[in-house]
Design a protein around this ligand. Structure first.
Ligand code: 4NP
Length: 161
């Protein structure tokens, strides 16, 4: 059986990418695909390594039924390109930082996460220095792109329940 491995990446790995991690993991589990798709997240920066998600992200996710409590921040590393089939950046700076780290022969898909959504936005804005609404907006974008990502994986990797 194939296992498709997905890594979500933002700057700190405490707001956007753990939200994507928790939401996508939940969708994978409720689709009966947990044995075929694995999910992880990381930050391009090391500032928050070992920390749980930001309490505002965790609370906003919990209000929509997504649990982030098991997640801990780590930094993205070159080895990730040997492991993951999809490495998905929240914004263009994250993508540029990952492109610096990527081997030139990386065979997986390194892209902006929101390229899997039909919404007009192309980046998930950093909610860290803003108010509550920013965290809700992150969830709206992440839920949309997660649905598109799951459909893409089913289509391209022969994954089915
Ligand atoms: P994230 O948000 O990249 O979505 O995890 C941030 C978290 C922390 C900081 C910046 C962005 N920070 O400056 O510490």
């Amino acid at each position: 059986m194939v296992t498709v491995k997905v890594l979500f990446v933002c700057l700190g790995n405490i707001c956007r990418s753990p939200t994507a991690h928790g939401v996508f993991e939940h969708m994978v589990e409720s689709s009966g695909l947990a044995d075929q798709i694995t999910t992880d997240s990381a930050g391009t920066a090391a500032w928050h390594v070992g920390n749980p998600p930001d309490s505002r992200s965790a609370a906003a996710a919990a209000r929509r039924g997504f649990d982030l409590s098991h997640l801990r921040a780590r930094q993205a590393q070159a080895d990730d390109f040997e492991v993951f089939d999809y490495i998905l950046a929240m914004d263009r700076q994250n993508l540029a930082d990952l492109q610096q780290l990527a081997p030139s022969d990386y065979k997986g898909r390194l892209d902006l996460f929101l390229n899997f959504s039909d919404l007009p936005e192309t980046e998930v804005p950093d909610p860290y220095y803003g108010g509550e609404q920013g965290f809700e907006h992150v969830l709206d974008l992440v839920e949309s792109a997660s649905r598109g990502l799951l459909a893409d994986i089913k289509q391209h990797h022969g994954v089915s329940a």
